[in-house]
Design a protein around this ligand. Structure first.
Ligand code: FEO
Length: 400
């Protein structure tokens, strides 16, 4: 049965939720599910904006048929070719062969590669081109690398509405509400929105800044993303988050302690640091990187201003899980944070040097405390050094 929501006059939400997916993009746990959004404009012409993942394809086609109400589908705009949005494309064209595909040249090439859809059948648009649907006009805004190179957005000036593709989206299925103002977004979605942002497009801060500048030149009252709720109130909230995140500025002034420990001695060192930071009034969180998913570790690292990395030495290098975490931070262009290091080793402690070598490639990093080396387990001497490390971090947090 259809489950269509009217977003505004003549504009309908057709998407669906997947709460059974274990790993989004085969990489990111989504315990709260994810939504795949699609929209239909019913003007003198009917315009579909993107399709959906196969997981919600049946619901989508039911919604589309109902929303069209017997009208033919005139246009389908493809903003982003990643299959979580385009997987239902072939089925759509089979059902609505008369629909004119509207997209850009890069997307048309991908449609050919993914589906064997001939490029010459697409109406190609360029940045700033417009398409009239009748009373409303669709203007195309290119957004390369947010999150693939072919990504574009659409703007309807008569509605002051932006179809933002992946941008301003979030993990988390829609619990009934389609609009962000109908939920407590801070409590219900912000952690998922942050984890989604940094893991999906965190690497491309420059490109996100470029899109934000384009958006600033438009009067926007509604944002329709491809995942998560629609924004029609308090848009400054999510725009400010994206501005902060894409400038790689910390969201929280506070510390987070990441540790990799085999038998608990490095954990002990990490927790001595964390306890001291808390005693000094510093907001602090602690994560065992071996049991926390790296997508959450990454999000927490980007969120905080001061980081402590504690690793035991393993195979004359960094422990496996910490090594993977640091390389993931490198891959996401991590930068501009204060940090301190703790290493452990029973015969040849090396983790600190290797962690330092990885961090050396990150822009704008500053080590604010002397590295502490633990030999097997913390003793009185190393405990004093760990307390000094925490005190140095706390001083820096209070001063800067
Ligand atoms: Fe939601 Fe980049 O696809």
């Amino acid at each position: 049965m259809q489950n269509v929501t009217e977003i505004s006059e003549d504009l309908y939400y057709l998407g669906g939720n997947d709460r059974r997916l274990a790993l989004f993009e085969s990489a990111f746990p989504v315990p709260r599910g994810v939504s795949y959004n699609s929209y239909l404009l019913k003007d003198e012409k009917t315009v579909l904006f993107d399709t959906v993942d196969l997981a919600v394809s049946e619901q989508f086609f039911e919604n589309l048929g109902f929303a069209l109400g017997g009208k033919k589908l005139d246009y389908v705009v493809i903003h982003h070719m990643e299959p979580d949005h385009s997987a239902s494309f072939s089925r759509l064209i089979e059902r609505y062969p008369e629909a004119q595909v509207v997209t850009n040249a890069k997307t048309a090439k991908m449609l050919e590669n993914y589906f064997g859809f001939p490029s010459e059948r697409a109406l190609l648009v360029k940045e700033g081109d417009t398409l009239s649907a009748g009373k409303r006009t669709i203007s195309f805004v290119f957004a390369p690398m947010v999150h693939w190179p072919e990504v574009m957005m659409s703007y309807i000036p008569e509605k002051k509405l932006l179809f933002s593709a992946d941008a301003f989206g979030t993990f988390g299925a829609l619990g009934g509400s389609v609009f962000a103002d109908e939920v407590d977004f801070d409590r219900e979605f912000l952690d998922d929105a942050r984890r989604y942002y940094f893991n999906i497009v965190g690497k491309y801060g420059v490109q996100v800044q470029s899109v934000l500048k384009k958006a600033a030149s438009l009067e926007i009252r509604t944002i329709c993303p491809l995942h998560g709720p629609v924004w029609r109130k308090d848009l400054g909230y999510i725009l400010a988050k994206y501005d902060l995140w894409s400038r790689y500025e910390p969201e929280t002034r506070g510390a987070v302690v990441f540790y990799a420990s085999v038998y608990g001695h490095t954990q002990n060192a990490a927790e001595i640091v964390a306890r001291r930071l808390a005693e000094q009034g510093v907001p602090v969180k602690t994560y065992d990187v071996s049991v926390t998913h790296v997508s959450e570790l990454l999000s927490e690292a980007f969120r905080h201003s001061h980081l402590v990395f504690c690793s035991t030495t393993y195979n004359n290098g960094i422990f496996i899980s910490m090594d993977a975490f640091l390389r993931d931070l490198s891959a996401h262009n991590f930068q501009k944070r204060k940090y301190a290091l703790v290493e452990n080793g029973s015969w040849s402690p090396q983790a600190g040097n290797y962690m330092q070598a990885e961090i050396a490639a990150w822009r704008g990093m500053e080590e604010v405390a002397e590295k502490v080396t633990v030999l097997s387990s913390v003793n009185e001497e190393t405990r004093a050094k760990l307390l000094a490390l925490a005190d140095a971090l706390a001083r820096d947090l209070k001063q800067n």
